[in-house]
Every structure is written in C-alpha cells, then in structure tokens.
Design a protein around this ligand. Sequence first.
Ligand code: PGA
Length: 256
Amino acid sequence: MSKSIRKYLIAGNWKMNLNAAEGAELAAEVAALSGQQNTVGVAVCPPFPALASVAKAIEGSSISLGAQNMHYQPSGAYTGEVSAEMLRHHFCSYVILGHSERREFFAEDDAFINRKVKAALEANLRPILCVGETLAQRESDETIAVVKHQVEGGLAGVSKDAIDQVVIAYEPVWAIGTGKTATPEMAQAVHAAIRSIVADLYDATSAAKVRILYGGSMKPENAAELLAQADIDGGLIGGASLKASAFHEIVTAALA
Ligand code: PGA
C-alpha cells in the first residue's frame, strides 16, 4: 500500500477562536504562505461566524474551507444548529465531525456522529471523522478497541463509493491541547490499525485511499517525524494553526 496515492492534508481546527475580521486576517496570511502550492492539501476550519470572511480571504488560493460541526437535518426546528447545505453555501469542502470536545462537552455519541457523516457525504462535504482514546483507556490497553468502535460506529452505512471522501483523524484525547504528543511509533501503530479496520469494513483498495490524519499537539517541532510515518497522511492542527507561520511550517514538513 503506497502512501503516494494519498495526498497529504493539513487542516487547521481553529476551535472557538477568532471573530470574522480576525479570521479573515489569519486566513489571508495562510493563503499567502501556504496557498500557492497544490501538492499538499491545506484547509482551515474557522468558527461559523468567520466562514464567510475566511472564504473571501482564501479565494484564488489553493486553501480549502472547513467547518467544525453541523446538524444532520437539512433544515427545521433545531435552534442553534447549521446544516450541511448551509456550509456548502459558504463554500465549505470539509466538516470536522465527532471531535473529542464535542463528544465530551456536548455528549455526542457514535450514532449521532454517524448521521452527520452520512448527511455530510450526501451534501458533497468531506467529513473529517475524529476518533481517539482517553488517557484512562490507553492505560487500560483499550486504545484499539475504542478506536475500532468509533470508526465502525462513525462509518456505519457509508457506502464503498463514498468512503474515499471520508477523512479520519486520530486524535488521542490526552494529547489534545496538552503539549503531549503521541510518539510517531505510537501514532503509527494506531493509524495502521485504523487502516486495517477500514480494510475489514470495505476492502484493501478503499483502505489504501482513505486519508488518516494525526491530531494532538502537532507542531513544527514534531510534524516531520509524525508525517514520515507510513500511515499518517496529514494533521488536524489546533493550537499551532492559529499562527500562520507555525501552520505553514507544518505544511512545509508535509511538502518535504
Ligand atoms: P491541538 O488540537 O493541536 O491544540 O492539540 C488538535 C485538535 O483538537 O484538533
């Protein structure tokens, strides 16, 4: 299974940071630094109110736009929610789904996330499905079982035709925003396991096409080593995506 059939994706998860004006400013810097090449896929995922201004700021560059969440219904009485179609209208190509912060603080479970994954695909949005174990689960040797459950649950009912549109992000919860990173070997082991779970669910060809990103304190200092691993196809970057120069250094590591 050659890695060269998978294009790296470096995606910035801005979380609940930056208003529309600040977001446009950062996005313009990202576009100037990282948006003049097309070898590595680059995406920024601002909060909803910044989608329009960021879309404008990245126009004409190779940077893609992503959102951080959505509802699975196309419209209706769901106060506070946005639909896949609304995100498409704002030129989003990606949507982060099932981030551990949503699982933890908003009680999202695999079945709920799965409905969103399917709705995103139907709307031609590429889901970035996040999975990952907590520290307690890692310490009790449950990492692969937890990730398997999340991958199978998140992908339930997703057809073989659609699977190569899905991006999976492995984000060990204990590494998110903590400065603690999984070692490249630890990350690679889980990434390889995820790819074989996808192969079992679909087939080896599909599994070879699915991009699996690493997330959890990825930064310029550790990006090259992580990205060099056979099954790591990019990064979902939180903290380090809020500075265009640091984010660009990670893109550069993927280009090397
Ligand atoms: P971090 O966040 O890079 O700040 O650890 C990653 C994420 O939560 O997607």
